[in-house]
Each structure stands twice: as C-alpha cells, then as structure tokens.
Ligand binder design. Structure first.
Ligand code: PLP
Length: 392
C-alpha cells in the first residue's frame, strides 16, 4: 500500500487519538527504518523506548519464532518455562524477590498500586490506601494510572477519577512531607521522569524519600517502565541510585518489541498477591517471555557499559552542533532530553527532523531521544548530520 492509501484507511476506520507524523513505516534493521516508499530514517525513538535491540535483531527473531512455533499462549492456570526464566533473571540481577506479569506499562503500574494497597490493608486495615506521586510524572493511561500521573492536563474528560493519590514536587523533600498523612501507604516515582521532560531525580532526594518511607512504613514504588531494561546504562535505574525499592514496574523495552511488562516485589511484598487477588489473561505470555529472556541475556555488563558510553557521546555531540534552537543535553544513558530554545516549538522541530530523515520524540517542552540500545556510532553520526542540516 502507498502512504496515501494507508492514511485514507486510517482516516476512515481508526479513532484519531494520536497526532501522527506523515510517514508510514515498513521495515527496519538496527536503528535504521524505511518507510513504504523506501525512504531511510535514523531512529532516535525505538518505538518510544521499546525496541531495545533495534529492528529485526536475528537472535530475537529466532527466540520469538521458536516459541511461536511451540506454544504461543497458555493461560496462567498452567506452568510454563519462559515466564519462570524471565522472573529468575530479573530477580537475580536486581535483588528483588518475585514477579507478577502484565502486558503494558499502565497495567504493570496498576498491579504495583494494587500490591501497595493490599500490603497496607493486610497490615493496617482500611483507610491507608493513598499513594504519593510527583508533579510531572507519567504513570499510564488507565483511570488509576492517569490519576497517579501528576500532570493536570491528564485529569480531564474522564470523570470521575479514582481517589487515593496526592502529588508532591520532584527534588523537594519538604513538599513530600507536606502532603504526607495517616492515609498514605506508598510513594511512587520515576528515577528519570520520562514523558514529563527527561528530568532525572537528584540522588539526595531519592535517598531522602527512601528514608522517609522507612520511617513511616510506606512502600517505595519505582516506575521503571521507561527507565528500565538498560535504557539508563544500568539494568534498572534504581540500581544507579543505590536504593532498595519495595516494588518496581517494568514494560516498554523488556521484550524488545512485543507487549510485556510486570511488577517485581521486594521481600516485604512477595506474598501480598494470593490466588484470585490479581490476574491477567495474557500476563507472562510465552512468546513475549521468550523475547524477554533473549533481551535480558543480551543486556550483560559490557552491553550496559556501551549504553552509558553511547549516551555520553550522543549528548556531547548534540551540544557540539551548537544549533541556535537547541540548548543543553541531559539524561542518563540513552535516555536523553535536549533543551529547545528560540521561536520554534519542540513539535515543530520534531516535524522538521522527521521530514529530514531522523525520528525523534518530544517530552515536556523539549526534544527526547530514546534510540535503540544497539545503535551504532555510524547511525548516531548520521542522525547528528541530519540534525545539523535540518536545524542550522
Ligand atoms: C510509557 C510509560 C507508562 C505507560 O506504559 P504503557 O505501556 O503505554 O501503558 C507508564 N510509566 C512510564 C514511566 C512510562 O514511560
């Protein structure tokens, strides 16, 4: 199909919940993708942080095809090998205790919220179900995770929203204390706020929150849906901050392009869910789990060290372009935010870059880069050259 044919069907038959770029993508390899007309693009988006190993990774294809040919789905009423292997790999590499699987970030966070509330209910009874989150956070699009999201623009249209969330300012411990109360059971944070603008939390703040949680017997919940699975140069970003969360959610990159996610629990919360208290038909799906096993095996320490190096390279090189519309670059590993200056908005700059052959994202008022973790130096240099030509 041509781009125009695809666009016409989208117009007629698909709900318009997304503002799309005028490009129909067809196939990819590594961090390079081609549209239906055969035009090449360098990808600094990885499908919003999903395609950790880029496009068409051969080992990933083998892992997925082999599992699809064997057993594509089985309900959670039976045991199967792929999901137990993923759980083992995640726990041994993070020090967490066990895992509950879901299919997306929002669902992983729903599970984490339910876990926290039931933990508190089991220990203290009713009336202690409030979760503190941060302004500028993003936790998902379901009703509860939209409410957990600390941005007013998301608290519209869909009333009534569920109760039980209050918001504090990032990097301001006093503001967390100010919204505390006897009804609180947990604090939920992203180590680097992603959709909110690629805003890394300060280490001092994160440790302060962890101390406060210990003092008040609140759970520390970390949303690693975007920061997890190698994105920041550690397997999970909390490992860089030296804290021990009580629960950690993950999704996006975990299966390298297939829907998958879940929540890891620490020792305190390992037995909170009992048969019948939570569930998901697709959770722990064998094909997604086989993909996740492969992704986790690839993300060994040398691989993660490279993510760190590539991120530092890309941030430095973007700044060295000295483009008048771009300011400082920030972030951890290959989770990068670049300040937008001057007359043009981030969306206008993104549209120009896509037109010129470089796929990028926006976050807050700025540009955001989440390239596949396997991006090569050559691909980064190509992307930077496109940026220079398009934005000079
Ligand atoms: C993307 C994202 C989510 C939501 O994930 P979905 O898979 O879209 O439901 C939740 N939290 C964070 C931090 C995210 O970046």
């Amino acid at each position: 199909m041509t781009f125009e044919e695809i666009r016409a069907l989208d117009e007629q038959y698909v709900m318009h919940a997304y503002g799309r770029f005028p490009v129909a993508l067809d196939h990819g390899k590594g961090a390079t993708v081609w549209d239906v007309d055969g035009r090449e693009y360098i990808d600094f988006t990885a499908g919003i942080g999903v395609n950790a190993l880029g496009y068409a990774d051969e080992g990933w294809q083998r892992a997925v095809s082999a599992q699809a040919a064997k057993l594509a789905h089985i309900s959670n009423l039976f045991y199967a090998e792929p999901y137990v292997k993923v759980a083992q790999k995640l726990c041994t590499r993070t020090g967490m205790s066990n895992v509950m699987f879901a299919n997306s970030g929002a669902e992983a966070n729903e599970a984490m919220i339910k876990l926290a509330r039931k933990w508190s209910f089991d220990k203290y009874g009713e009336g202690r179900g409030t979760i503190l989150t941060l302004h500028n956070s993003f936790h998902g699009r379901t009703l509860a995770t939209l409410t957990a999201t600390g941005q007013d623009k998301f608290h519209n249209y869909f009333f009534p929203f569920p109760e039980g969330f209050r918001y504090a300012d990032a990097n301001d411990l006093d503001s967390v204390e100010a919204v505390a109360g006897h009804d609180v059971c947990a604090v939920m944070l992203e180590m680097v706020q992603g959709e909110g603008g690629v805003l890394p939390l300060e280490e001092k703040f994160v440790r302060g929150v962890a101390d406060l949680c210990a003092k008040r017997d609140w759970l520390l919940l970390v949303d690693e849906v975007q920061t997890g699975v190698g994105r920041t140069g550690a397997l999970f970003a909390f490992q860089k901050y030296g804290v021990r969360p009580d629960a950690v959610s993950f999704a996006k990159g975990i299966a390298g392009g297939l829907p998958f996610g879940g929540v890891m629990a620490g020792e305190k919360c390992r037995d909170v869910f009992t048969p019948g208290t939570h569930g998901s038909t697709f959770g722990g799906n064998p094909v997604s789990a086989a993909a996740a096993c492969y992704v986790l095996d690839r993300l060994d320490d040398p691989f993660l060290a490279q993510v760190e190096e590539k991120g530092a390279y890309l941030r430095r090189k973007v700044e060295e372009l000295s483009l008048p519309c771009l300011g400082a670059a920030r972030g951890l590993g290959l989770m990068i935010g670049v300040e937008v200056k001057g007359e043009q908005t981030n969306s206008q700059l993104a549209a120009r870059l896509v037109e010129a052959g470089l796929l990028v994202l926006t976050a807050g008022p700025d540009l955001r880069f989440l390239p596949p973790l396997v991006i090569t130096k050559e691909e980064m240099d190509k992307g930077l050259a496109i940026m220079k030509a398009a934005l000079s």
